[in-house]
Write a protein of this length. Structure first.
Length: 89
């Protein structure tokens, strides 16, 4: 199963819910991104080689959540600039 990973620029870590073990749910590194009228908490996920091959084959990704969830989006590209990229502009 794809796992959330640490990434350059992350600003928050949402903790796994009480009672859930590492095999069920781990911490979620995120960055808050200003999207105009809303703030998005963006996370980065790493696919296993087998998952990557399946995505290449089907062109699909599944998204699941436990309990309530705000609107979400999936993206193949990082939707924010790193601090170094901001310095270049």
């Amino acid at each position: 199963m794809a796992r959330p990973v640490k990434f350059e620029g992350q600003t928050h870590v949402f903790q796994a819910p009480n009672g859930m073990g590492e095999g069920d749910c781990g911490d979620l590194p995120t960055i808050s991104v200003d999207m105009g009228e809303n703030i998005a908490y963006v996370s980065c996920w790493k696919l296993t080689p087998e998952e990557l091959e399946e995505v290449k084959r089907t062109g699909t990704i599944w998204c699941g959540c436990i309990a309530l969830q705000p609107p979400i989006f999936l993206d193949g590209f990082r939707p924010f600039k790193t601090e170094d990229e901001h310095k270049l502009n």
